[in-house]
Design a protein around this ligand. Structure first.
Ligand SMILES: Nc1nc2c(ncn2[C@@H]2O[C@H](COP(=O)(O)OP(=O)(O)OP(=O)(O)O)[C@@H](O)[C@H]2O)c(=O)[nH]1
Ligand SMILES: [Mg+2]
Length: 412
């Protein structure tokens, strides 16, 4: 909890053919032998992620990937993993060598351009041979950022860092706020945090910690209570709080105990805006109304925690959706980085808060769902909806509330 969470770090991915020196370049950039290097092609198999403080970029994650020209059946699997790594890449380094830019590198460049992922091309192993002049010129003409480096000699490394700095999105960390923009200095927010079996031992979970931090950053203050103490705590206050934020699982009780003139939302709904496109997720929530017994629902969790007996994604949400649909639903859970490319079997995707991943990763999943015309919402919205309080928990986000009404009305 003392480290910058991974989901808030800039993710830098290294891509290229096998043996071009991707791992060597990553090691040179961080000044440590993190990734294994050898002259055997295919040394890196699974993507290797390493967190660092890299001046002048600050907290980052490097993703060293397997060569994309890998062959055979295993090679195909590695390629898939590498392409998945691209989904969480904010800035890419395409590593090539003096042999220059072939169809393979052009394909990678096209892939970055298509996904609007900023990238540079690093010509490595310059100690062995200078890169082809024509290739350099062609890239310069296309206004593609270049660096010539030697990972083993350490030359050109500063230029790569400089390029990464310029390519990094302006404000990958602060945009948008979790809650701060809804508050004025001096406001009080009441946070409702159940301490049940699902609560990790001795600490709070990331969305709760991040909310507290953002409240403090806004010169506002907060009071943290369990659901049982909410009504009493509110009654003791001299003036009402600016808002109440509760864990989704106690939203029904929190809605009953919070006077209707006090704004109420959930941590998960705050996360839907922080880590995704809230308005589209709210529109997707409307599709829950149209669920029919027998429909297939995909529950997408971005971390892989141990599931508990009454796990939220595996047990509770499926149960609530089943009750709401009035019959059996087929629910499937994917965890971690796996997210199916083909969403056509599903009537709905329900995404978790995404606290462990970057905003870009959630947006990418939303993009995949939207592209295939599959409604997608998030945990908090789904829970509020099935408990009948989504209008209320979205009230402080009018655009999202309107989108929800639209989604519910169109039945899509
Ligand atoms: N001369 C020279 N050799 C280098 C340089 N960078 C890497 N190498 C060598 O090239 C070989 C491959 O380096 P890696 O860093 O393992 O390459 P990779 O792209 O990660 O390879 P895979 O993981 O197999 O895809 C190793 O023998 C390195 O020592 C460089 O700048 N100059
Ligand atoms: Mg490697």
């Amino acid at each position: 909890m003392l480290d910058t969470p991974k989901g808030l770090r800039l993710h830098i991915g290294l891509f290229g053919r096998r043996n071009v020196g991707k791992s060597s370049l990553m090691n040179a950039l961080v000044g440590q032998a993190v990734s294994i290097v050898s002259d055997t092609p295919g040394t890196t198999t699974d993507p290797v992620e390493k967190t660092f403080e890299l001046a002048p970029l600050g907290p980052i994650v490097f993703i060293d990937t397997a060569g994309l020209d890998d062959v055979g059946e295993l090679g195909e699997l590695r390629k898939q993993k590498t392409l998945q790594a691209l989904e969480r890449t904010d800035v890419a380094i395409i590593v090539a060598t003096a042999q220059g830019i072939g169809p393979f590198e052009h394909e990678l460049i096209a892939l970055m351009q298509e996904r609007k992922t900023p990238f540079l091309v690093a010509f490595n192993k310059c100690d062995l041979a200078a890169p082809d002049e024509d290739a350099l010129q062609a890239l310069q003409k296309a206004k593609i950022r270049l660096a010539t480096v030697s990972a083993t000699h350490g030359s050109g490394i500063a230029a790569v860092k400089e390029a990464l700095f310029h390519l990094a999105p302006e404000n990958p960390i602060d945009e948008p706020r979790l809650i701060g923009d809804l508050l004025s200095p001096g406001d009080l927010v009441v946070l409702v945090v159940p301490i049940d079996l699902g609560a990790p031992k001795g600490r709070l979970i990331l969305p709760q910690v991040q909310t507290i931090r953002d409240i403090l950053d806004s010169d506002a203050s907060c009071m943290v209570v369990k659901e049982r103490e909410l009504a009493d705590s509110l009654a003791k206050l001299d003036s009402p709080p600016r808002m109440v934020v509760c864990d989704s699982q106690v939203v029904l009780k929190a809605a009953a105990d919070t006077p209707p003139d006090i704004a109420l939302t959930t941590f998960s709904i705050l996360m839907s805006r922080f880590k995704g496109d809230m308005v589209k997720l709210a529109r997707g929530a409307g599709a829950i109304n149209a669920l029919q017994p027998g429909d297939k629902v995909l529950i997408s969790e971005t971390c892989s925690h141990h599931s508990l007996a009454d796990d939220i994604g595996r047990v509770k949400i499926p149960r609530w959706l089943r009750q709401f649909a009035g019959g059996d639903l087929q629910t499937e859970v994917v965890a971690g980085k796996d997210f199916p490319d083909d969403l056509s079997p599903y009537s709905l995707v329900v995404q978790c808060g995404g606290c462990m991943v970057t905003r870009k990763q959630v947006l990418h999943r939303q993009y995949l769902a939207e592209h295939q015309g599959i409604p997608m919402t998030n945990y908090g919205m789904a829970i509020s909806l099935v408990q009948g309080v989504l209008e209320r928990t979205l009230a402080c986000f009018p655009a999202a509330r309107d989108a929800f009404r639209e989604g519910a009305g169109s039945g899509s």
